[in-house]
Design a protein around this ligand. Sequence first.
Ligand code: ZN
Length: 154
Amino acid sequence: MGHPVLLPQKHHVSKLITQHYHSRGHNGVACTAANVREKYWILGVHRLAKTVKYRCVTCKVLARKAESQVMASLPKERLAPFTPPFFYTSCDYFGPLQVKVGRNKVTKHCGVIFTCLNTRAVHLELSVDCSTMGVFAGPQAIFCNKRTTCTNTG
Ligand SMILES: [Zn+2]
């Protein structure tokens, strides 16, 4: 084409032409202005291309940053690499469970799950009652028999 068509900046046709060239690839301001200038000479095309890009919803979606998960740092008990299993232990109750005692008697007991904070290993115990002595007497005795370095339960 010999001479490009001269258009004013603040005209609806100029805006539509710039939007058309911008929507062909949602490129930047300079690329949109260069594409427009192949056929048209819009006065102040850079400013018009900047306005079109600023108002383009697709460009806003494409330029948006990806969301990232906000996490707290792990406690020191979770990052103890050279400790034996169940050195740092947490416990929780579940149930109640129906346990058959003797021939005809059925009672309710709670289960206790112990998890190793470092290796995520699991140990299950059956608690006779939910009192404090019942919580810590039986399972901790078993743990201390198996793992003599049991120091932290809670
Ligand atoms: Zn765009």
